[in-house]
Design a protein around this ligand. Structure first.
Ligand code: C5P
Length: 232
């Protein structure tokens, strides 16, 4: 169970991040470094966390032309992340180039290729916004499923999705495809700004492979104690 939990380090400073990794490393499988922490302290944070013997999911959601994303993917492999992500909306060619570059760099370094995860439709986006602002004709489930399939066909290892989206993705991508799920709240935790939440056990029952959990762990008075109560 522990290996499936990725604690989101949504903090500003290296001190805050490393204090959390020390407290939580025996209770979670990996730590997520996102745009806030990365842009505040720089790429060195990935190695510092890895040096504590922890895995890092680098959540920077690359979305650019294939050549640029390939270069970024190569750099991420060098940093030592075990997982990173790209926007599936960047296109199949972009995703394929990211996979190729990551494979190449990992082989060069003699390490395993990081898992590459696609972002489909951001869970903050409504169907109305998707259709009216972005001009997509499909419904939200259709668009999520189409992008997930495109990610799988491009050779990605999985997608990030809300628990609610898991059945749509499993239907088109099958079980041999990772689903990383945020929006997790144990029954005792506040929902904060997450609108559609499930408990850790519910997320697993729905078929999630990894659970991204932030504030219930990182904002707890005692993060270790909170981590031990995730499944209660
Ligand atoms: O604190 P909380 O558990 O809500 O944190 C969830 C983490 O997952 C945050 O880092 C957030 O950015 C990320 N995330 C999310 N919903 C998505 C994609 C990522 O909450 N659809």
């Amino acid at each position: 169970m522990k290996e499936k939990v990725i604690a989101a380090l949504d903090v500003e400073t290296e001190e805050q991040a490393l204090s959390l990794t020390k407290k939580l490393k025996d209770y979670v499988g990996a730590f997520k470094v996102g745009l806030q922490l990365y842009n505040n302290v720089g790429p060195g944070i990935v190695k510092k966390i890895a040096d504590q013997g922890c895995k890092v999911f680098l959540d920077l959601k690359f979305h650019d032309i294939p050549n640029t994303v390939a270069g970024a993917a190569e750099a991420v492999v060098g940093l030592g992340a075990f997982m990173f992500n790209v926007h599936a909306a960047g296109g199949k060619k972009m995703m394929q180039e990211a996979v190729k570059a990551a494979q190449r760099k990992a082989a060069q370094l003699g390490i395993a290729k990081p898992l590459i995860i696609g972002v489909t439709v951001l869970t903050s986006m409504t169907e109305a916004e998707l259709q009216q602002e972005i001009g997509i004709q499909k419904t939200l489930p259709e668009q999520v499923a189409a992008l997930a399939l495109s990610a799988k066909e491009a050779g990605l290892d999985g997608v990030v999705a809300s628990a609610q989206e898991i059945p749509w993705i499993r239907e088109v991508c099958g079980t041999d495809f990772l689903i990383v799920t945020p929006g997790i709240r144990p029954t005792w935790a506040a929902s904060d700004d997450q609108a559609r939440i499930v408990t850790p056990q519910q997320a697993l029952d729905l078929g999630a492979d990894y659970l991204v959990i932030g504030r219930p762990l990182t904002a707890a008075a005692d993060p270790r104690e909170a981590a031990q109560r995730l499944w209660g």
